[in-house]
Structure formats: C-alpha cells, structure tokens
Design a protein around this ligand. Structure first.
Ligand code: KE4
Length: 425
C-alpha cells in the first residue's frame, strides 16, 4: 500500500479523497501523504517516511502526539463506556476548570467542533441582544456555518454575499466584513448600520490567512467599539485558546472578550468545541433560555477525559509556555535569519508558537496583503520541506504549529532544510 494507491481509492468514495479540504494538498499540487501514526513531534506516513510535524492536527497536539497521560486518560474513560447521552461529572469538572481559570468565562457549553462553537456563540449573541447583524474580518476563518461563509467585503457593504455554493443570500445578508487591523473599517460599518450589530467576531491572532498578528491597540479598539455600541465581542480562540498563554489571547494581549469560542486544544485531538462567556449571555441558552442548541455527543466523557487531562497539564506546568515561546523565537527567528542571509525580502509573521512564511515582500497585516504572496513559490517550498522531512501546512494561508514535544534539534534540522530549500526555489 502507498499513499498514492490509498488516495486513489479515497477519491472514489470521499469528496476529494479527504474529510477536510486542506488535507487534499490541492494548493501544493501533490498527492497527500497517508499518515499512519504519530509520536511526540513526529508523524509517519504509510510509505515509511518520518516527518517533523508542524501541523499537530491543526493545533490540538500542543503537548505532542500520543502523550502518555492523555492516552491513559482516554483508555480509562473508554473502559467505563464511550458515550451515555446523559449528564456526567467530568463535564461539570471540565466546565468548572475553564470557568475557574479564564476570567471572562462565567459559563460554558461543550460542543463537537470549532464550527459548532462559533455557530452557537453567534446564535446566543443574537438571542441575547435581539439584534441580527454580525461583523467578521476578511481573511479570518471561523468554521463553515452558513453565516460565516461570506465573500470578503470591499468597503462597507450593508449585506454579505455568500462565499460558498449552497449558502442562501438570506444566511449571509446580515454578515458584514471589515478589514483586519483597521479599526476605521469597523467604525464605518457601525456608522452605516448603527446599533443593529449583535456581535463582532475576530481571531485575536489571524491564523487562517497565514499568521497575522493584531496591530498594537487593535484588540483593545474592538473592545471599546463593541462596548460603545452594545455589540457582543467574540474572540474566536479555536486556535489561540490555551496556546498563546494558558488564558489564550485574552491573557497574552490583556483584552477580555464577552464570549469566547474554543476547539482543538480543549479536546487534545478528540472532537471538542466550546463556547462560553458572560453568565447573562449564556443563560439565554437552552434549556435555561430561549436560544436553542443541542448535541448528541457534546461533552462526551472520552473527549472530556482527553481534553481535561491536557488542560490540567498545561495549567500545572507553566514552563510549557516558556518552552513554546523559546521554540517560536528559535524557529521563526531562524527563518528570518535565513531570509536575510539569502537577501530575500519575504515576510515571516509569528506570535509565540504560531507562525509562517509569506512569499511576498509586503508587510502582511491583513487579507489583502496576505494575498500578494506567491502561492506557486509556496508550493515549491512546501514540497522541498516535505522531501526534507518537515511536514508543514499544505497551503500558504495556514500556520505552522509548534508543540512542547518539539526539540531544539527538531528546529535546528528544520532550519537546515529550510536554508537549502529557500535558497533554490
Ligand atoms: P473546526 O470546525 O474545524 O473544528 O473549527 C473551525 C475553526 C474555527 N475557528 C478557527 C479560528 C479555526 O482555525 C477553525 C478551523 N481551523 C482550520 C485550520 N485553518 C482547521 C483545519 C481544517 O479545516 O481541516
């Protein structure tokens, strides 16, 4: 069996041969590697290749793959039963843990993905405010619920246009798009639509247009604007939550949201999402309030065991965040050094353990500047890195993820491969 032969089978029975589009390697024009197993900071494909993994399942594996304590917690939970569809103590423990350690979160509801978390948070914000409009930012991705699949608006558009087939205009007409790092574009929208905005949702660090850090004052500016206009500020921390710091982006940047969405790390690789925030907002959610939301496997005991074990380890070992910062400085600082050595003017953006190269000489601070990147060159870079034993995001507009399992040796090897690849593409 080879990745090619298995992929050939896959495309006959799964759209694109994958269960999530980015995995198809379409942006880099290659056949995806079929991964067989993973351990620590490394993954192994069915063709016998080993890679240093910079995806980590797109963020969840912050402690590395196959962490023994997480594996043990999952096995123990499985032995008691996989799912009951009934209340369990571990769900209460998970909620108590997050509410007890994230200042802005007074109540939280578990769901099964980041998409579900965002979809539910938006509904709760609309139910709480009795308003319909939502503001998002071009280049930010919040999962695939209809209201979030909106074409990036140019200038102030009073109604969003769907960015996917199958999404009726009615589902996006109340979604408006602003420009990331541009507070004026947000103020313009409020000027246009007044106080009809239920919520503004933002990735506190853009990580779905490549990595785009918030400009100084941007997040606080959003906080102030939302407070002024009575709009719910939602931080989509599906990627940044429990990664940038234990308190996520809110702790890292010192700006509190009204609601937060989570995914990835809180499930430790199991399907978990969550949305939470102010009690007065969350008490609008069924069965307490009129905002309906439900889920057969929400708070699943096995997923809770995995996620809670990971969160507790992150909380009890704050040195992990110091290690992630150090790895980030070593890797992304090393990349910047290579680019300078080569006389390349490409851009490398990073925040903590998140970062990536853009093949453009522009400063990348929003979606428009991110899109100036040469994606054909990125494809060559990706291929060279993969052949060199480094598994990066198979698309320019994604991120590299470091974990506590990565070593200085992993980073050193990666920089060696990068120096050779960037020097010849
Ligand atoms: P999921 O539904 O994929 O669990 O989460 C959606 C989501 C929500 N918010 C943010 C900020 C996200 O980054 C995501 C999903 N992230 C992508 C990576 N860019 C998941 C990878 C994929 O789609 O396969």
């Amino acid at each position: 069996m080879s990745s090619e032969s298995v992929f050939e089978r896959g495309i006959k029975v799964i759209p694109g041969g994958v269960n999530s589009p980015v995995r198809a390697f379409g942006s880099v024009g290659m056949t995806p590697r079929m991964i067989e197993r993973a351990n620590g900071s490394h993954i192994f494909d069915i063709d016998g290749n080993e890679y240093i993994d910079f995806i980590g399942s797109w963020g969840p594996m912050i402690l590395g793959h196959n962490h023994p304590a997480i594996l043990e917690s999952v096995v123990k939970a499985c032995e008691k039963g996989l799912s009951f569809g009934a209340a369990t103590e571990i769900e209460v423990e998970m909620a108590e843990f997050i509410c007890g350690h994230i200042p802005s979160i007074e109540m939280i509801r578990m769901v099964n993905s980041g998409t579900e978390a965002v979809m539910s948070a938006l509904r709760a914000a609309r139910g709480y405010t009795h308003k319909d409009k939502i503001i998002k930012f071009a280049g930010c991705y919040h999962g695939h619920c209809d209201a979030m699949l909106v074409k990036a608006g140019s200038g102030v558009m009073t109604s969003g246009v769907p960015d996917s087939a199958g999404v009726p205009k009615g589902c996006t007409q109340d979604t408006l798009t602003a420009v990331y790092n541009d507070l004026f574009s947000v103020e313009q929208i409020f000027e246009e639509v007044g106080d009809t905005v239920a919520a503004l949702i933002v990735e506190p660090v853009g990580a779905n247009m490549g990595v785009v850090p918030p400009a100084p004052g941007f997040l606080q500016g959003l906080r102030d604007i939302c407070t002024k206009h009575g709009a719910v500020l939602i931080f989509d921390e599906v990627i940044t939550g429990f990664r940038l710091s234990f308190e996520g982006a809110q702790g890292y940047f010192g700006v509190q949201a009204d609601m937060t969405t989570y995914g990835k790390i809180i499930g430790a690789g199991m399907p978990v999402g969550a949305y939470g925030g102010k009690r007065e907002i969350m008490e609008c959610v069924s069965p307490v309030g009129p905002v309906y939301q439900a889920g057969t496997l929400s708070g699943n005991p096995v997923a809770m065991a995995a996620g809670l074990t990971q969160l507790k380890m992150l909380y009890e070992n704050p040195g992990i965040y110091k290690h992630l910062e150090e790895l980030g400085s070593q890797l992304f600082g090393g990349i910047e050094g290579i680019l300078q050595e080569n006389g390349d003017t490409y851009t490398c953006n990073h925040v903590g353990s998140l970062g990536n190269i853009f093949f453009t000489d522009q400063v990348v601070s929003d979606y428009a500047s991110a899109k100036t990147s040469d994606t054909a060159k990125y494809a060559k870079y990706f291929k060279g890195m993969l052949e060199g034993g480094c598994y990066l995001a198979p698309a320019q507009f994604e991120a590299m993820f470091l974990s506590d399992a990565h070593s200085g040796e992993d980073v050193g090897k990666t920089l060696e491969v990068m120096r050779e690849v960037v020097g010849r593409i």
